[in-house]
Design a protein around this ligand. Structure first.
Ligand code: NAD
Length: 366
């Protein structure tokens, strides 16, 4: 019987409630699929600031290093908003975690079940069958990390700020591998997004992607799109895409646009995969919902747990190779939503009820 060892960082706000549901769902599939769960909790975000004086304490990092994956809730909330930017829970916890585990590949499914099309801000006749696309975003390079990065006063009294966008061919090929594998497992269509009419990094991106896909996966249908057009096309006809694939900053913006058109932050999961392999020879990864801590509804049994549950399914697939169990969870979430468990706000489909109702509906579908 294999043992799946992961760190559980519930974080703040709705994090602990939705994490509970995800763990309960995992326990059910573990029994069915004959694997053992070995997980350890650790503080992160605001709760870690309160208990340890910092958002990502060394003890938490240690728990993560001893694990094969991290199941993450979300961090932050009004209580910590007045802290200096560098100490804010999101920045002081997630960025160092990305760095510590070289989490270079962000995989975000943009999924809207046909039953929930009313939740999308798009006209329903544009998405009669919902939305089913994936955005692959490079996460550790580009303008967010490139040097030099500075602000200085100029001699003429003006002020200048500099960010630098840098990409190496090897970094582009590394994320292209993830995009290729994703497209191969889905509709075999890959759309690479850049700004090659203006940016040097994009010229290299386009050339590298073209050559790499031709060599490694000639069966895929590869297209290229400028980022401004991609933003328009996402809003016009999202299902023209199968796998969208882009660099860090463009991916940050496009994946959030994708989340909005999918109608509910409470439904969207994400995976950030690392460069290294875990002890089971799969990629180490951090798995988390796309949304935040939803302080407005925390502690009221109102949070939609689907995003956290679907993040747990992604963990099973990517870091533990448990494809069948992951598929089963995803199917159970879909049928819970079809069952009309909740509705009424941006976060849910079905008839408004509670986190615990949704948990019961998902578990009933397993
Ligand atoms: P948010 O995603 O927490 O909430 C936005 C809206 O969506 C709210 O109305 C909320 O109730 C709703 N919502 C989000 N997830 C939901 C769910 N699972 N079920 C039902 N409704 C849900 O974004 P925000 O309000 O901008 O941020 C709140 C806090 O979360 C801030 O401190 C922010 O910094 C933090 N945050 C953390 C992360 C992260 O940990 N990765 C991401 C985004 C925001």
């Amino acid at each position: 019987m294999s043992t799946l060892k992961f760190a559980v960082l519930t974080g703040d706000g709705i994090g602990p409630e939705v994490m509970n549901v995800a763990l309960n769902v995992l326990k059910v599939v573990a029994e069915k699929h004959q694997f053992e769960l070995e997980f350890e909790y650790a503080d992160v975000g605001g709760i870690a600031i309160d208990n340890h004086g910092e958002a990502l304490p060394e003890s938490t990092l240690e728990v993560c290093k001893n694990a094969d994956a991290i199941l993450f809730g979300s961090v932050g909330g009004p209580k910590w908003e007045s802290l200096p930017p560098k100490e804010q829970p999101e920045r002081a916890a997630l960025l160092p975690l990305r760095k510590a585990f070289s989490l270079f590949a962000n995989i975000r499914p943009g999924l809207l079940y046909p039953e929930l099309t009313e939740a999308s801000p798009l006209k329903t006749d544009r998405i009669p069958n919902g939305i089913d696309i994936v955005c692959i975003r490079e996460l550790t390079g580009g303008i967010y990390f490139g040097q030099p990065k500075s602000t200085q006063d100029l001699e003429d009294g003006d002020v200048e700020a500099i960010d630098t966008m840098v990409y190496k061919k090897s970094e582009i090929e590394r994320i292209a591998d993830v995009a290729i594998a994703t497209a191969q497992s889905r509709g075999k269509r890959l759309c690479s997004v850049d700004k090659a009419n203006v940016l040097e990094t994009s010229v290299l991106w386009r050339k590298t992607v073209t050559e790499y896909v031709a060599a490694k996966a000639p069966e895929l249908e590869l297209s290229h799109m400028y980022v401004d057009n991609a933003a328009m096309q996402l809003a016009r006809d999202p299902n023209q895409f199968d796998v969208l694939f882009t660099e860090n900053m463009f991916g940050d913006i496009l994946s959030d646009e994708m989340a909005v058109i999918c109608g509910s932050l409470g439904m969207l999961a994400s995976a950030s995969l690392g460069a290294g392999k875990n002890s089971l020879d799969h990629p180490f990864g951090l798995f988390e919902p796309a949304g935040g801590t939803a302080p407005d509804i925390a502690g009221q049994n109102l949070a939609n747990p689907c995003a956290q549950v679907l993040s747990a399914a992604m963990m099973l697939r990517y870091s533990f190779g448990q494809e069948a169990a992951a598929n089963e969870i995803e199917a159970a979430v879909e049928s819970a939503v079809k069952g009309g468990t909740r509705t009424g706000d941006i976060a849910f489909g079905g008839n408004a009820a509670s986190t615990s109702d949704m948990e019961a509906a998902i578990i009933a579908g397993l």
